[in-house]
Design a protein around this ligand. Sequence first.
Ligand SMILES: NC(=O)c1ccc[n+]([C@@H]2O[C@H](COP(=O)([O-])OP(=O)(O)OC[C@H]3O[C@@H](n4cnc5c(N)ncnc54)[C@H](O)[C@@H]3O)[C@@H](O)[C@H]2O)c1
Ligand SMILES: *[C@@H]1O[C@H](CO)[C@@H](O)[C@H](O)[C@H]1NC(C)=O
Ligand SMILES: *[C@@H]1O[C@H](CO)[C@@H](O)[C@H](O)[C@H]1NC(C)=O
Ligand SMILES: *[C@@H]1O[C@H](CO)[C@@H](O)[C@H](O)[C@H]1NC(C)=O
Length: 369
Amino acid sequence: MLGLGRTRTQTRSSRSMSLGGVIHVLVTGGAGYIGSHAALRLLKENYRVTIVDNLSRGNIGAVKILQELFPEPGRLQFIYADLGDAKVVHQLFSQNAFDAVMHFAAVAYVGESTLNPLKYYHNITSNTLTVLEAMSAYGVPTLIYSSTCATYGEPEKMPITEETPQLPINPYGKAKKMAEDIILDFHKNSNMAVMILRYFNVIGSDPEGRLGEAPRPELREHGRISGACYDAARGIIPGLKVRGTDYKTTDGTCIRDYIDVSDLVDAHVKALEKSRPGKVGIYNVGTGRGRSVKEFVEACKAATGVPIKVDFLPRRPGDYAEVYSDPTKIKLELNWTAKHTDLQESLQVAWRWQKSHLNGYDSSLVSSS
Ligand SMILES: NC(=O)c1ccc[n+]([C@@H]2O[C@H](COP(=O)([O-])OP(=O)(O)OC[C@H]3O[C@@H](n4cnc5c(N)ncnc54)[C@H](O)[C@@H]3O)[C@@H](O)[C@H]2O)c1
Ligand SMILES: *[C@@H]1O[C@H](CO)[C@@H](O)[C@H](O)[C@H]1NC(C)=O
Ligand SMILES: *[C@@H]1O[C@H](CO)[C@@H](O)[C@H](O)[C@H]1NC(C)=O
Ligand SMILES: *[C@@H]1O[C@H](CO)[C@@H](O)[C@H](O)[C@H]1NC(C)=O
């Protein structure tokens, strides 16, 4: 790709970016759940997007939908590559003048991380180092990094602010914390604009039904609660298992903070717009409101209209009772607040997509080709 000149990228500050020219964003992991939603939003806002993904977990179907929506030459480029391959990553950066990187690509299941920690340190920590080295070598000025509330571990005091000590308790959280540390240390001697976003539990999907969450079937066992809701409603699994009813919470089940993916990608766009050379911003991205697993299950039943069977089981080791964010900082500094805070509505939007895509993106490909 020969679009933008190298020198222009190196001298452009993020402030001047917004004044003229098309901003070219590299979205790593853009075939995945959150990355594809972010790419859609960026394209809608007239950014130029390059997705890099090796499809180990993402869906080419999501990329195809984006390509159909934005067919104009130069708007969206998809590159099939593995971020673990430093040579290929350097080549990618040498052939494209990116203005910013949104780095979503990762493996992201807590349970799997305890079973296969090296996979996590490799695909999170080591690959982030590779991306950062390439950004540094080619003068890419802005990084927006996908981090997680798992970097906080199990703090005593709720809500979690950005000042809450980070004491992760599983390899997933540790690998993300290490990646944050690498980024922050690098940043001390660089003029890069850095935004680190620590997401809470992400749910929902595109309200217009173009994209959804479609993890590989084999990941179901490690899955997230939202996926379990749809799978139970579809009868793929026999029901929902609520693990632990004797926590010190209002109804005895765990408390989590569920953030809608539309709000989450909005936070990324605001972070990109407000990023400044030499500055770093670290933000929690959550609603600030905790919901119990029981509340979630009720919302799931109402959203899907299916009388899902619910089993109440003993606690699962490693689960913490209560996690929710204090989103004050991101509101003050980025003027961002969560707008889609009705759990049932978020699940309903996602359920609509799930119901019409029983084979994930495959079914939509069959019907459209
Ligand atoms: N989903 C959540 O609730 C949540 C919460 C906190 C943080 N996050 C973070 O958000 C980011 C995106 O998560 P997601 O839920 O969209 O996951 P996902 O698995 O749907 O997407 C990740 C994408 O990265 C790609 N990828 C992985 N390794 C790669 C490699 N080596 N080279 C190229 N591509 C590679 C996968 O193919 C996939 O498309 C991750 O960094 C994750 O840690 C997610
Ligand atoms: C994706 O990348 C990983 C390294 O992160 C690699 O081990 C794996 O084989 C790749 N998968 C595909 C389908 O290319
Ligand atoms: C992650 O890294 C391991 C090597 O530790 C590799 O085998 C695997 O395929 C990589 N990618 C994914 C998505 O698991
Ligand atoms: C903050 O965002 C709201 C919309 O959510 C907008 O109306 C308002 O003008 C913004 N304030 C600033 C200072 O940008």
